[in-house]
Design a binder for this molecule. Structure first.
Ligand code: FE2
Ligand code: FE2
Length: 251
């Protein structure tokens, strides 16, 4: 069994000093890995990420993160990624890491993902170049992620996203903005890659639990949804129990 602490959409700004510091120390003995599902900052400014990095470097367990759309806003992605790496955080973007926990290999594939919409109401790779570009970008990101998931040779396959792979965890959001909250291509990546569970953020007004069309459990861990500093999820070996159980970790 592995214990996964997860959160997202913490949206640090320059004044967020030590907002997560004590929570990092509280992870000791409670979880094996800590996942961050993007929107770590308000605008992606390096100063904001430095404030967060000061907290994350206190973590007693490996921290694995993807960036969100907010972290891209001021176009400093390489700089803020390096700030996280310098604090010991593993930053994934259509890439993966395998961490050994109690003798088991835990694979985490991560990507920001993108919008595009869901079956029956998605965008299409048709018409104006801008629309083609939007949907091709979304599809390309997801297809690359799918290969990363497939290539994982591990006992567990965890997928970490910012955008959602399903509408189920978007319930509560305005339906008009679903195409900007996620894309069905991501669900295809997760299902064809045979992932065990997916964590995402971005949908602040959504709900925590859902599944992909292929039945992969999905958890929206955006902080406004889970209403705690983080949640802790336990995952059993997939040949014993195929679904995770959760215990809520109060902050
Ligand atoms: Fe957010
Ligand atoms: Fe977001």
């Amino acid at each position: 069994m592995i214990r996964i602490a997860a959160t997202g959409d913490i949206h640090f700004d320059r004044k967020s000093h030590n907002r997560m510091g004590q929570h990092m120390l509280d992870l000791e003995g409670k979880a094996d890995i800590f996942l961050l599902a993007g929107d770590l900052t308000q605008t992606g400014h390096p100063e904001e990420m430095r404030v967060l990095a000061n907290d994350l470097r206190k973590s007693p367990i490996p921290v694995i993160a993807v960036l969100g759309n907010h972290d891209y806003h001021v176009d400093q992605v390489e700089v803020v990624t390096q700030i996280l790496k310098d604090a010991g955080v593993i930053v994934l973007e259509r890439s993966s890491i395998i961490i050994s926990i109690n003798g088991e290999k835990v694979g985490i594939a991560g990507a920001k993902g993108f919008g595009g919409g869901f079956i029956g109401s998605s965008g299409a790779d048709f018409g104006e170049p801008q629309m083609k570009s939007f949907m091709r970008h979304s599809k390309g990101e997801a297809r690359q992620l799918e290969q990363v998931i497939k290539d994982l040779e591990s006992d567990y396959k965890i997928v970490l996203l910012h955008y959602s792979p399903t509408t189920q965890t978007l319930s509560g959001e305005k339906k008009e903005i679903y195409p900007f909250l996620g894309c069905y291509y991501l669900a295809e990546a997760v299902d064809y890659g045979k992932a065990d569970i997916v964590f995402h953020g971005h949908a602040h007004a959504g709900i925590e639990k859902g599944k992909t069309p292929g039945g992969t459990p999905v958890r929206n861990v955006a902080q406004p949804v889970i209403r705690h500093a983080f949640n802790i999820y336990t995952l059993e070996r997939r040949d014993v129990i195929s679904h995770p159980s959760e215990t809520h970790q109060s902050s």
